[in-house]
Design a protein. Structure first.
Length: 448
């Protein structure tokens, strides 16, 4: 029996779409692109399009969060050949967003501990030579941004309900003064992760604010004066009531003045990054729950000024959410389709473009996105870091598994990737909040 099983395993592997894709180098498409964690491995590439959408409720909508498992003693993420992962830190309560200062120091939002941590690595090593708590007594800190970018005088931090900044000199391991409030009041509660990014010229501060609810269940109550009057006075697709100024990217001057809505209909843009090649702002977005395992797709997208991305009335173009049938027919032809689609309920959180010199040349200009994994999926997916493929600065729509191995079984996962950033030496820094670890990914070359 053991011999038969051993012989059967390679045959089973040969029959899987993921194995076939690895042999041809082509991207999995259509139904073949819908796999679970068993099919995940570095190099597997997928291309999902709006045409792949199922109808709502084609599968049951389930509650199926992964049990948090202890990180096995010999656990290491799986990576493509030539890459290696080294542990920077472990035992952190809730490591979320990661940003790298111009001098190379690594700043990490420890959100549940209400702290910002900082790590300084030795040359060519994942071993911190210094580490400290940069700031304490924050309120669910998440987004971190340095301003001005090249020689920052400030570190901006997004709390769940405000944006503050600390004076900063290169090499500071602890804040030298109390925080200055930049944005006094942000909508709080609901999706609490507020990310930050600056425009390339440093004049505009972008702040992402997720929705207060799953799908604006209270939107059936019309705004004062009616929907038409509201629509005439507000940006395209702006929601009202408890969702006002939410499910959106907001824009401010660097000092917090002149606040406005940049784009709407983004249910939960948990990660932002500016694409170096084009200067475009990008969001990694968690879409809505409750419509089944494969509806709707999560996504990463460039964010256009004045654009509406669908939430809560539509998704992935003019596909109408059945829970809001007929509510906003005026918006059906004005929904911007996202650039890169992921399997539904993958829960993308962080995004970072690779402009380093350490990885192979074909990585330059691509982006990395962390997929945290979701409770709202019967067949588990996510729990990995993927690479978005770009050609001449434009997304192809394809994404490739890069860092996997965080899932132990159908019920358990030891790691849930969140933050991703490119270090000064071109290595990749990844945080995960399942076991509370931070990793450094390096490229060692094609060694046997």
């Amino acid at each position: 029996m053991k011999l038969a099983a051993a012989l059967a395993l390679p045959l089973l592997l040969l029959a899987t779409p993921a194995f076939a894709q690895q042999q041809t180098g082509s991207a999995l498409k259509g139904e073949a692109a819908f796999g679970d964690w068993h099919a995940d491995r570095p190099g597997v590439r997928r291309h999902i399009t709006p045409d792949d959408l199922q109808v709502p409720f084609a599968t049951e909508s389930v509650s199926n969060g992964a049990d948090r498992a202890l990180m096995p003693a010999d656990a290491k993420p799986q990576l493509p050949p030539g890459f290696a992962a080294e542990l920077i830190a472990s035992g952190i309560r809730n490591p979320r967003t990661v940003r790298v200062a111009p001098n190379g120091d690594i700043f990490v939002a420890d959100s549940r501990a209400n702290r910002i941590r900082v790590y300084r690595l030795g040359n060519g090593s994942a071993e911190p030579v210094e580490q400290a708590i940069f700031a304490r007594e924050l309120n669910q800190p998440y987004g971190i941004a340095f301003h001005p970018a090249e020689k920052p005088a400030w570190i901006y931090v997004a709390n769940s309900d405000s944006v503050v900044r600390f004076p900063y000199n290169a090499g500071d391991l602890e804040a030298s003064a109390e925080p200055e409030v930049v944005v006094q009041r942000l909508p709080s509660g609901g999706h609490w992760t507020r990310d930050l990014a600056f425009s390339p010229d440093g004049t505009t501060l972008y702040v992402s604010v997720g929705s207060a609810s799953n799908v604006a269940e209270s939107a059936g109550r019309q705004p004062a004066g009616g929907v038409e009057a509201w629509a005439e006075q507000q940006p395209l697709g702006a929601a009202w009531g408890s969702e006002e100024n939410r499910a959106a990217v907001l824009a401010f001057d660097a000092d917090g003045g002149n606040g406005r809505i940049l784009a709407t209909g983004l249910r939960n843009c948990s990660g932002m990054s500016v694409q170096p090649a084009t200067g475009a702002l990008w969001c990694a977005v968690n879409e809505r729950d409750g419509l089944g395992d494969n509806v709707p797709f999560d996504f990463a997208t460039s964010v256009k000024d004045g654009a509406f991305y669908g939430w809560p009335w539509y998704y992935i173009g003019n596909h109408e959410d059945p829970r809001h049938t007929g509510a906003r027919r005026d918006l059906a032809d004005h929904v911007t389709v996202p650039d890169v689609l992921f399997q539904a309920h993958s829960a993308p959180l962080g995004i970072s473009f690779y402009e380093g010199a350490q990885f192979p040349p074909d990585f330059k200009g691509d982006a990395f996105v962390t997929l945290h994994g979701s409770w709202n999926r019967g067949i588990r997916t996510g729990y990995k870091v993927v690479r978005l493929i770009f050609e001449n600065g434009k997304p192809t729509g394809e994404y490739e598994d890069f860092m996997t191995g965080f899932v132990i079984s159908d019920a358990q996962a030891w790691g849930r990737p969140v933050g991703v950033a490119v270090a000064k030496d071109g290595s990749l820094i990844v945080s995960e909040d399942g076991s509370g670890t931070i990793w450094r990914v390096t490229y060692k070359g094609n060694t046997p």
